[in-house]
Ligand binder design. Structure first.
Ligand code: GLP
Length: 250
C-alpha cells in the first residue's frame, strides 16, 4: 500500500493523475474503473491536461462506472450515466461506445447487476480502478456491513449517504433509495486501485481504512488486502493517520 499525503486538494489531483498514467504504463487500451463524486474531479481535470499535452491517450480505453442509482431517469443531471459522460467521457475524449454504467433503470436490476459483473469479466477485468470514499467508509455504494465477497448488485442506501448526496438534488426526498454498485470483491480484483480523498470530513474514514482493523463495518478497510493500492490524500483527509513516518509527504 502506498500512501501519499499532499499539501492540498489541487496537488492531490495532479499527483493522482500522474500516478495513474504511470500505472497504465503506456497500455493503449486499458480497462478503467470510473468513480463519480467530487473527490476525483481534480484528478480527471489533470488527466485531461495530460491528454492535451500528449502524455496519455485514453481514446481506446474501456471503462466501467462503479455505480448508478436505481430507478433514476437517465436524463436527470445527477444520474451517474450523465455524471460520467459530463465529468469523464467528454473531457477525457473517451469513446462513449467503450464506457458502461450499471443499468439502474432496468426492470430487473438483479439481472442487470449480474450482466454488468459478467461484462467486466469478459473485458478481462479492471486494470485500474479509480475510487473515492464515503464519510462512512463506503466505496462505490458498498455501505457498512456489505459482504467482502459481494459482487455487482442492487443495494439500499443508508440515511447518511442519502443525506450526503442530497446536495445534488432539489430536495432530500428526491435522492434515490437504492443503487447498483460493483461489489467489494469486484473492486478488490482490480489489478491496481487508486483512491483519492480530500477534506477533513474524510479524515476519519481514511484513518480507519488504513490503520483500523479490517471489518465489514468499514467497507474500505478491505483495501488493506489489495495487492496494488495507492491512496492519495490532502493534509486534511490524512489528519487522523498516526503512523505518518511510513507515508510519503509532499
Ligand atoms: C458517492 C459515490 C462514491 C463516492 C462517494 C464520495 O455517493 N457512490 O463512489 O466515492 O460517495 O463522494 P464525494 O467524492 O463527492 O465525497
Amino acid at each position: 500500500m502506498d500512501i501519499v499525503i499532499c499539501r492540498d486538494a489541487e496537488q492531490a489531483g495532479v499527483v493522482a493523475a500522474e500516478l495513474i498514467v504511470k500505472k497504465l504504463g503506456g497500455n493503449p487500451a486499458p480497462v478503467l474503473g470510473l468513480a463519480t463524486g467530487s473527490s476525483p474531479l481534480g484528478l480527471y481535470a489533470h488527466l485531461k491536461h495530460m491528454q492535451s499535452t500528449g502524455e496519455v491517450d485514453l481514446s481506446r480505453a474501456r471503462g466501467f462506472a462503479l455505480d448508478e442509482y436505481v430507478a433514476i431517469d437517465y436524463e436527470h443531471p445527477e444520474s451517474y450515466h450523465n455524471v460520467i459522460r459530463r465529468t469523464v467521457v467528454e473531457p477525457l475524449g473517451l469513446d462513449p461506445e467503450l464506457i458502461q454504467v450499471p443499468d439502474g433503470a432496468a426492470d430487473d436490476v438483479a439481472l442487470a447487476s449480474v450482466l454488468y459483473e459478467k461484462a467486466i469479466q469478459v473485458a478481462g477485468g479492471i486494470d485500474l480502478q479509480i475510487l473515492g470514499i464515503g464519510a462512512n467508509g463506503h466505496i462505490g455504494f458498498n455501505e457498512p456491513f456489505s459482504s467482502f465477497g459481494s459482487r455487482t448488485r442492487a443495494v439500499p442506501l443508508t440515511a447518511q449517504t442519502r443525506a450526503d448526496n442530497a446536495r445534488f438534488f432539489d430536495s432530500p426526498d428526491q435522492v434515490p433509495t437504492h443503487a447498483i454498485t460493483q461489489g467489494l470483491a469486484t473492486i478488490r480484483e482490480s489489478r491496481a486501485t487508486l483512491l483519492i480523498a480530500t477534506g477533513e470530513h474524510k479524515a476519519s474514514a481514511i484513518g480507519r481504512m488504513i490503520e483500523g482493523p479490517v471489518a465489514v463495518a468499514h467497507p474500505a478497510s478491505i483495501l488493506q488486502f489489495h495487492p496494488d493500492l495507492t491512496v492519495v490524500v490532502d493534509e486534511a483527509a490524512g489528519a487522523r493517520l498516526v503512523d505518518g513516518e511510513h507515508f510519503l509527504r509532499l
